[in-house]
Design a protein around this ligand. Structure first.
Ligand code: AOS
Ligand code: ZN
Ligand code: ZN
Ligand code: ZN
Length: 431
């Protein structure tokens, strides 16, 4: 496997931090042992964690107002993969990439698959895009795609999704994520029930094109770009559609796609209970679909989501395997740094959730001891598992401190020289 950053540089970085890391690790190990927890088990658990990187995340996102390009932005999917390779090389937590078509459409799929393999990467769910018009496209999505009143528009949107499945098959993906911005901006603009009927009709055709071992993930979102009535606005609609379509259809929860203060962990619990939790788009938000870095605003919520996932894993065993993906927009940071940090923050929540004393929690719940039940969760959440995460990375060949190692490597300067700025590089401002 080729590495993007010189492996010697990573080893040198780790050597400098090794004594300090070992001391912190031993101290944490002692504390956890007193609680009856084995740090080695937690470290191997952390090593087993993986979250996919979105190809669109390695470029600067932009907003509806402007996009301020960063230095050395990837100009095509091959360069995006190089950046994803760095993220995984240093974090060892992101071995897969989620592609978005047509942004990432390869001229030669095999070449793309080989490139990924050479970096030790593989492809996660593929994403379709019927929320923009592409140059040369026959029908416009201005008034919807899978739900459009026009049969021609719907046929084009269905064909695009089927093309995504075909591309995904050649790339080794096993799932298609469908997010549509379809909806209405005015009361009366369309028939609310009719739009969902058309959506289901389109999705049935896409579903029929899925290979045996594939899933389709339905991603709901409260609003934007449809500001009055988004067709797939909530998990209830998503659940109903996934149920209607069949066992390969599942729901995808993007953390930023809910009304403020929504209890997302309860949505996760519901979907898991009924076998329809397909996966996640992790990010954080303060007001809406902000697409901020995971764990940057509300790490406790992220922990509570993983607490539900840990509970579901205990109940359902190996069969419970939701897909984890990041979906963020980076406007003021180096996307590689943000994605590395975010992957680690999601991994942190995963490990913290494993620290919850579930036997004690069950007793407190039984006794209606709300205070101690809440404290049991807080106790796990307050534990700084950073040494476990760092040790997991180092043991797997990653960096003790990914951002410090990345900065010292000079990667961004190097690619800035090779990738001259291109107007409009990367995707849209919609993420
Ligand atoms: C849109 O808000 C969604 O989060 C989708 O996942 C979208 O397809 C992706 O962010 C790329 O724009
Ligand atoms: Zn304004
Ligand atoms: Zn998303
Ligand atoms: Zn979004």
């Amino acid at each position: 496997m080729s590495t993007v950053i010189d492996a010697g540089q990573v080893a040198e970085h780790n050597a400098k931090l090794q004594a300090q890391l070992q001391a912190d690790y031993d101290a944490l190990g002692g504390m956890l042992a007193r609680r009856g927890q084995d740090i080695e088990e937690l470290t191997s658990l952390a090593q087993g964690f993986a979250v996919a990187v979105p190809s669109w995340g390695v470029g600067t996102g932009g907003t509806r107002f402007a996009r301020f390009p960063g230095r050395g932005e990837p100009r095509n999917v091959f360069e995006k993969l190089d950046d994803c390779g760095v993220i995984n090389q240093l974090t060892r937590a992101t071995p897969s990439v989620s592609l978005h078509f047509p942004w990432d459409k390869p001229t030669d799929a095999k070449e793309l698959r080989d490139k990924a393999a050479s970096l030790g990467l593989f492809f996660d769910a593929v994403n379709s895009n019927t929320f923009q018009d592409q140059v040369g496209q026959e029908q416009t999505y201005k008034y919807g795609s899978l739900t459009a009143g026009s049969a021609e528009v719907r046929a084009q949107a269905v064909a695009h999704n089927i093309e995504c499945i075909e591309l995904g098959k050649t790339l080794g993906s096993r799932a298609l994520t469908v997010w549509v911005g379809d909806g209405a901006n005015f009361p009366g603009q369309h028939n609310l029930r009719g739009a969902l009927e058309r959506y289901l009709d389109s999705m049935r055709k896409i579903y029929a094109a899925l290979p045996e071992d594939w899933n389709v993930f339905i991603e709901h979102k409260l609003f934007e770009p449809a500001f009055y009535a988004t067709t797939i606005a909530d998990w209830g609609t998503s659940f109903a559609c996934a149920t209607e379509l069949g066992p390969k259809a599942k729901c995808l929860v993007d953390l930023g796609h809910h009304a403020p203060n929504t209890n997302i962990e309860m949505i996760v619990a519901r979907l898991a209970q009924f076998g329809k939790l397909g996966g996640f788009h992790f990010n954080d938000s303060k007001y809406g679909d902000d697409d901020l870095d995971s764990g940057s605003i509300n790490p406790f919520q992220l922990f509570l989501v993983f607490n539900e996932l840990a509970d579901a894993a205990l109940r359902d065993g190996a069969a419970f395997k939701p897909s984890y993906m990041l979906d963020q927009s980076h406007n003021v940071t180096d996307p590689v740094e943000s994605l590395m940090n975010s992957a680690v923050e999601v991994q942190r929540a995963f490990v913290q959730a494993a620290l919850v004393d579930r036997a004690a929690l069950a007793v407190y719940q039984q006794q209606n001891d709300a205070l101690q039940a809440a404290q049991t969760l807080k106790h796990a959440f307050r534990t700084d598992v950073s040494p476990i995460l760092a040790m997991a990375r180092v043991r797997a060949g990653g960096a003790a401190d990914p951002v410090a190692c990345y900065r010292a490597s000079g990667y961004r300067d190097r690619v800035a020289g090779m990738r001259p700025a291109k107007a409009g590089a990367s995707s849209s401002g919609i993420v």
